[in-house]
Design a protein around this ligand. Structure first.
Ligand code: FES
Length: 104
């Protein structure tokens, strides 16, 4: 992402903070929750039944690989959900609603 102070379009970022498994992660308004996590070097936030890590696969809301619990609601596709200041994310397993912490 191009830093706002050198962006030739002159945008002015409005910062936000989300909480992922208890850890604060910074982003800017206009990002999806998935892009906030990807920009913070988090490539996965769910574990598949075979134990494999899952994050963004399609990026357009089709595959459901990127789901997590957002503000207490399970199975939210992070690639489709705009980030809002104060959002709380809990990573989860394939079992609906099960919450799991993934160490980075
Ligand atoms: S990455 Fe496929 S639905 Fe989000």
């Amino acid at each position: 992402m191009i830093p706002a102070h050198v962006d030739p379009l002159g945008r002015a970022d409005r910062p936000l903070t989300i909480v992922v498994d208890g850890a604060e992660v910074s982003g800017v308004h206009g990002q999806t929750l998935a892009t906030v996590l990807l920009a913070a070097d988090r490539s996965h936030w769910r574990t598949a039944p075979n134990g494999g890590p899952r994050g963004v696969f399609c990026g357009i809301g089709v595959c459901f690989d990127c789901v997590a619990t957002v503000n207490g609601v399970p199975d939210i596709r992070l690639c489709r959900r705009p980030a809002r200041d104060g959002d709380t994310i809990a990573t989860q397993t394939r079992v609906t609603g099960a919450v799991e912490t993934i160490d980075e």
